[in-house]
Design a protein around this ligand. Structure first.
Ligand code: HEC
Ligand code: SF4
Ligand code: SF4
Ligand code: SF4
Ligand code: SF4
Length: 590
């Protein structure tokens, strides 16, 4: 009764949660692409897209992805064997337990007419699968807390997932161990399944169970006479053996039972197995009910993301479906940190400490943002910085085990931000470049509006830099500088801002752009655009400490500090040239 009430309540919450989640996939807005597409359009598009895919040759792609990426998790294996082993142990062990053990009445018992949970192979397999999950959890804890994989952040959701799984598994093993040792379970079984009532026979059966099956009896203890055991075995064979394999096959539960032997009797008297049964069942139901609201929801959203990304393509798929997929991807993210490990903007995170720069954390904060969670102005600023500090290098997309197309997601979210009136990131930043490359995907007025706004926002700012510049260069001199600058290393710059993020001079100002004119990455970008005068007008090059940190941290091997030297030398020569020309003309005049 209690069991059923709990089961149906948690099942109800689970289904309700899943429906709520799916509702958000179709109703939450994300970035720029969700404008002008309403919920019903998104639903219709999804329906059309799914049915169109299932009844086409694309179904073969889906099957392939399902087998390789969902069942065998090839993407994780490619990245890191330990992580793959961890995930496979937990996921496969848990799924098999769920099907064989938790749903035994509905699945195993239907498939095998001879099924009893205490009979092999089920008895052994239950322990085997359980041990797999425990081993996987041990690796998870080892990776997070001992190995300390770099940039793998652990948040409350990760703790929750580890703890709930651990409680389910550990209580399950303890429950088995107490049942194996329990004398009251033994007595219950004897009453139920045997017609033995003679004292002598009962004693023989109980002795055999103490001797071989791990039961702990208050009355009978080792050693036993061989004859008594043989008599017990006869009774066992006729009454019990049909449903009982030796508990030694339940190797983990049996070993634990052995350890618990000294306290087994008191545990049994205190109703240990009942208490443990409640803990086990409650943890399972709590896990089930909370699953749609926790990171464990990736069990459902992850495969959908993998399948959707395998058959969807920007430009070919309905934009409404891409929007829906992007919202869903936020649920699919397992917070595994693989993307952050590879992220080329992570140096900026190391320097600035803003977690939102890491793609795995960006996924978390983005979810709060689009869910409409109230964030403080500092938090919003941090999220915005995180979203804009990205080189568009695409490394995150390549490694994501659930196949999230992060590249497209960032692009969409940044465009949304820029269209909302934050044009600054457009200036001398990689986004202006990427946006330029993708401009034909946007209607012309939507492409140019933020560019205009950005120009207005900084009108005059760069003019003054050019005025301040000590240089007046002709074409020849520009060419010479470009050649001198060690094979133009600045042309490799993709404006990741790493140089700026690590610069101690930049860090020492509250408003570095005001104080320094241009920041290191912007200077590199100016050089790339041929704006040498503008670059040399920035006081940054004169305030530089020549610590070489920028150069060392540049993922593109740009000689940032050396280029600053080049600019300074050029400026000094130019000033000399200008003054000597002035001197000459003065002499002539004299
Ligand atoms: C019809 C099948 C069946 C028969 C016959 C049967 N049992 Fe069981 N027994 C089970 C099942 C199923 C469980 C586990 C579920 C439970 O505790 O009700 C179990 C559990 C037990 C347990 C608790 C330990 C554990 O591993 O869960 C003991 C002890 C036990 N049985 C003893 C006996 C004895 C002694 C006999 C013979 C007199 C016997 N059983 C006959 C099916 C049977
Ligand atoms: S695309 Fe951006 S977020 Fe992704 S790895 Fe590159 S820099 Fe990091
Ligand atoms: S986005 Fe992908 S790689 Fe990054 S944390 Fe989420 S699941 Fe892992
Ligand atoms: S110079 Fe290097 S570190 Fe600086 S923005 Fe360019 S690529 Fe990044
Ligand atoms: S060398 Fe200059 S620009 Fe580069 S990090 Fe050091 S102080 Fe900053």
């Amino acid at each position: 009764m209690v069991f059923n009430v709990l089961l149906y309540t948690s099942l109800f919450v689970f289904i309700f949660g899943v429906i709520c989640k799916i509702y958000t996939w179709f109703s939450w807005e994300i970035g720029f692409s969700s404008r002008d597409i309403n919920r019903s359009e998104r639903l219709t598009a999804a329906f059309k897209g799914i049915s169109g895919t299932i009844f086409s040759a694309k179904i073969l792609i889906l099957i392939k992805v399902f087998i390789l990426d969902v069942v065998f998790q090839k993407r994780i294996l490619k990245e890191d064997f330990l992580r793959w082993a961890m995930h496979m142990l937990i996921y496969a062990g848990f799924m098999l337990l769920l099907l064989m053990h938790a749903l035994d009445r509905h699945i195993t018992a239907c498939l095998f007419s001879e099924y009893y949970s205490t009979l092999n192979p089920f008895f052994f397999l239950r322990n085997f699968f359980g041990t797999m999950v425990i081993a996987g959890l041990a690796i998870a804890i080892y990776r997070r807390f001992i190995l300390k994989v770099p940039r793998l952040k652990t948040n409350s959701m990760d703790y929750y997932a580890i703890i709930i799984l651990a409680v389910i598994m550990v209580s399950g093993f303890f429950l088995e161990a107490t049942k194996i040792t329990s004398i009251s379970d033994f007595e219950r079984m004897v009453n139920e399944f045997s017609d033995v009532d003679e004292k002598k026979d009962l004693r023989a059966l109980e002795s055999l169970w103490v001797h071989e099956f791990g039961t702990v009896s208050p009355d009978f203890k080792e050693p036993f006479e061989q004859k008594l055991l043989e008599h017990g075995r006869e009774i066992h064979e006729t009454n019990c053996a049909a449903c009982h394999s030796s508990p030694k096959w339940a190797f983990a539960g049996y070993a634990l039972g052995n350890i618990l032997k000294p306290v087994a009797l008191s545990l049994d008297r205190a109703g240990g197995s009942k208490i443990l049964w409640y803990i086990h069942i409650l943890a399972c139901f709590l896990g089930l009910a909370y699953l749609p609201f926790s990171k464990m929801f990736h069990i459902i959203a992850g495969p959908i993301s993998l399948l959707a990304n395998a058959v969807m393509e920007k430009g070919k798929s309905d934009p409404a479906n891409i929007t829906t997929r992007q919202v869903m991807e936020l649920d699919a993210c397992t917070h595994c940190g693989a993307c952050s490990l590879r992220c080329s903007a992570a140096v900026a995170f190391d320097a600035l400490g803003n977690e939102n720069i890491l793609p795995s954390e960006k996924m978390v904060s983005l979810k709060s943002l689009i869910a409409g969670k109230k964030l403080g102005s500092m938090e919003i600023k941090a999220v915005q910085e995180g979203i804009c500090l990205c080189t568009n290098c695409d490394r995150c997309t390549v490694v994501c085990p659930v196949g999230i197309n992060l590249k497209e997601l960032w692009l969409n979210v940044r465009e949304g931000l820029i269209q909302k009136g934050h044009p600054e990131p457009l200036l001398l930043s990689p986004f202006s470049f990427v946006r330029g490359l993708n401009q034909y995907e946007l209607p012309a007025d939507e492409y140019y509006k933020p560019v205009k706004a950005a120009k207005q926002a900084v009108a005059g700012k760069f003019d003054s830099l050019i005025k301040q510049s000590p240089l007046i260069l002709d074409g020849k001199e520009v060419e010479k500088f470009n050649q001198l600058s060690k094979d133009n290393t600045f042309s490799y710059c993709f404006s990741c801002e790493n140089c700026t993020s690590v610069c101690p001079v930049v860090c020492s100002f509250d408003k570095p752009e005001e104080a320094l004119g241009l920041l290191p990455h912007q200077i590199m970008r100016c050089l790339g655009l041929g704006l040498i005068e503008m670059a040399s007008g920035a006081s940054m090059i004169w305030d530089c400490l020549t610590c070489y940190q920028c150069q060392e941290n540049c993922p593109q091997n740009v000689n940032v500090t050396d280029l600053f030297f080049g600019l300074k030398n050029l400026a000094i020569k130019n000033v000399k040239k200008a003054s000597s020309e002035k001197e000459l003309s003065q002499r002539h005049e004299a």
